[in-house]
Ligand binder design. Sequence first.
Ligand code: COS
Length: 388
Amino acid sequence: MADGPFDLTAEQRALAELARQVAEERVAPRAAAIEEEDRFPEDLRRLFGELELMGLGIPETYGGGGAGLLAVCLVIEELARVSAAASLIVADHELGLLPVLLGASEEQKRAWLPEIASGRRLMAFALTEPEAGSDAAHLAMRAERRGDRYVLNGTKRFITHGNVADSLTVFASTDPEKGSKGITCFLVDRETPGLKVTKLERKMGLHGSPTAELSFQEVEVPVENRIGEEGQGFRIAMATLDHSRPGIAAQALGIAQGALDQAVAYARQRRQFGRPIGDFQAIQFMIADMAIGVESARYLTYKAATVVEEADAGRADWQLANRFSSMAKTYASDVAMRVTTDAVQIFGGYGYVADYPVERMMRDAKITQIYEGTNQIQRLVIARSYLG
Ligand code: COS
């Protein structure tokens, strides 16, 4: 949350304060254990549900908080300041539910969103495949219509919370010849027969946030679970990412802020050559550059979330939302990588060992440059938005 004046409403500020309190009192004491045990913290998922943090971006008519994307970002930022894995419970749920919010019919929204908003139905997003990462339109998963159902066959990879979510928004090709225009989106319950977790990844960071490979073999999905029309899936996926990338920017921002806080505290307390290392200009300049990065990332992230909200309200066009969303995600994640690396440097040898959180933050920061679209893809999206 911005320390100085930033145009936050009273509601947004109250939510950020609540999230900060939860982060400090309930999440921070658990952060090292979540890392160590590398197990999904079910209790935090329940807690976030009880505190109504899981449906903040969903309109009140569907049981959500109706607080908007900036509020969601503020909450993710505060949680990420102490635990990136905990913040991903909110961020990935948001990613998984956005296709419903953006592409489902009124009837489907009324049927599904209240349970999703309460956090009782945890969502995940299944787009990526072994051979379709940056080239997201190149899906090998097939969905074939047979009467009143679709039958899904294929493999999804790197699916955050793919083994713990209750439902997933899944993208599959209903017409391979049409490329991106042959992709369709479905809501699939994880317990559906034929859907199996075939692998859990061993990751560099984000321990406690499981990443699954999922195999779909003859998975039957009722027609009523198709989101949008056949062929609209790619557009729904892209619009989802426009809405979710500010959340990843907020996560990166939170990680960077957390590392800066740690570095400042350490520079004040660690003594060498008879004085605190913060007395030395070598450290002061690093802290100054870290702080400049964090504050710039904050402004761009809040702006991106605001532009997306404006586009949703019809007051800005979606190309602008697309541009700022990618800009914020790229900038904030690059800042997070740099700031966490510098924090480790300031801690010296202590930064490289697991007794202090900065090495975890550095490992966690790395993924924010990769997931929800690599920063290379974001730069492509940004350049296209100017050059066509
Ligand atoms: N919103 C709505 N529609 C969009 C859109 C957006 N943000 N971006 C693209 N589209 C539409 C395009 O308008 C186009 O439709 P028309 O042909 O009718 O104009 C269609 O989608 C295909 O778009 P495009 O030609 O740009 O597709 P590309 O195959 O070139 O891919 C990129 C575009 C690379 C930007 C896309 O594949 C991407 O974002 N890749 C990264 C995927 C990703 O983030 N993966 C992480 C998964 S979640 S961890």
